[in-house]
Design a protein around this ligand. Structure first.
Ligand code: AMP
Length: 302
């Protein structure tokens, strides 16, 4: 199927209904929501959807409700033509590119707030961010009604938020977490990487480098608070790094880990997450570990 572009909800629903009718035996719709300026991380989600579903819908929408005042909504990078090429090459069938007016036509009276899993990490440092994410994802899931939706573990907290929302609201979709895609030197791909000045780009490598050592340090018997400190010290060796947070939590509930507990003894998946500013650019990265398999590069696909 050739890539089809739609900009309205009515057209999108019609295309999906046509697909489901044309394939009455086992039709399946995969959905990849994005804010565009696509890169290999997005492409990997599209490919995964396309491998498992008869129809892959990609949305490109820079969602204003998830940006706080003073954040980069106005200068968020966009390149529609390039996005469409990457979408087609990766196996998307349908691209939904709504305007802000199409998504938010009226005065909005409904908020979607997911508690607890939003208390720490980006939920704490970007107030309101996950309300905006939950709202737009709930709307998009209702508009597309996919069988499966694909999200990157680059935004591990976002997956925890959406999985909780989908469960609590009985939204009939399978949430599929996908591994982080990185540059050959380890930097996690992000649309925001284009903001980095050359020297910032070099120093930003400290995030993936320090996270990739975390398993080794856990092996040495470090407690949670010692590992947080070790990571902060390591990141601070880059003079341009301005740490927003370094945190270690259970995953996916994002519950706390006792500060003096040796991480190698935590009987849970552990998320080690960092957010660091380089100049005007705020980068996030993480490592998801199963301490029983310290050393396993669980979500560290290159
Ligand atoms: P965004 O366009 O930044 O909102 O991201 C759209 C989707 O792509 C989200 O599910 C992200 O987690 C995912 N994504 C972004 N960067 C990466 C990456 N480097 N590897 C894997 N998935 C990613």
């Amino acid at each position: 199927m050739n890539l089809k572009i739609v900009r309205t909800i009515v057209e999108l629903r019609q295309e999906i209904a046509d697909y489901r009718l044309s394939k009455p035996v086992n039709p399946s719709v995969g959905f990849v929501p994005t804010m565009g300026f696509l890169h290999e991380g997005h492409a990997s989600l599209i490919r995964q959807s396309s491998a498992s579903n008869g129809l892959t819908v990609l949305s490109i929408f820079v969602n204003p409700t998830q940006f706080g005042p003073g954040e980069d909504l106005d200068k968020y990078p966009r390149d529609e033509q390039r996005d469409l090429r990457i979408a087609a090459d990766s196996g998307a069938d349908l691209v939904f590119m709504p305007s802000v007016q199409e998504m938010y036509p009226n005065r909005r009276l409904t908020t979607v707030t997911v508690s607890e899993v939003t208390d720490r990490l980006c939920g704490a440092s970007r107030p309101g961010h996950f309300d905006g994410v939950a709202l737009v994802v709930a709307k998009l899931l209702n508009i597309v009604q996919p069988d499966r939706a694909y999200f990157g573990l680059k935004d591990a907290q976002q997956i925890a938020v959406i999985a909780s929302m989908v469960q609590d609201l009985n939204i009939p979709v399978e949430i599929v977490p996908c591994p982080i895609v990185r540059e050959p030197d380890g930097l996690a791909l992000s649309s925001r990487n284009v903001y980095l000045e050359p020297e910032e780009r070099k120093q930003a490598l400290i995030l993936s480098q320090s996270l990739s050592q975390a398993a080794e340090w856990i092996h040495e018997g470090l407690t949670s608070s010692q590992l947080v400190q070790r990571l902060k010290d390591e990141i601070n060796r880059s003079p341009l790094a301005d740490i927003d947070y370094v945190d270690i939590l259970k995953y996916p509930d994002l519950g706390p880990i006792e500060a003096d507990k040796q991480l190698s003894e935590v009987d849970n998946r552990v998320l080690i997450a960092v957010a660091v500013r380089f100049g005007k650019t705020r980068l996030i990265d993480n490592r998801l570990l199963n301490p029983a398999e310290v050393g396993a590069q669980l979500c560290f696909a290159k």
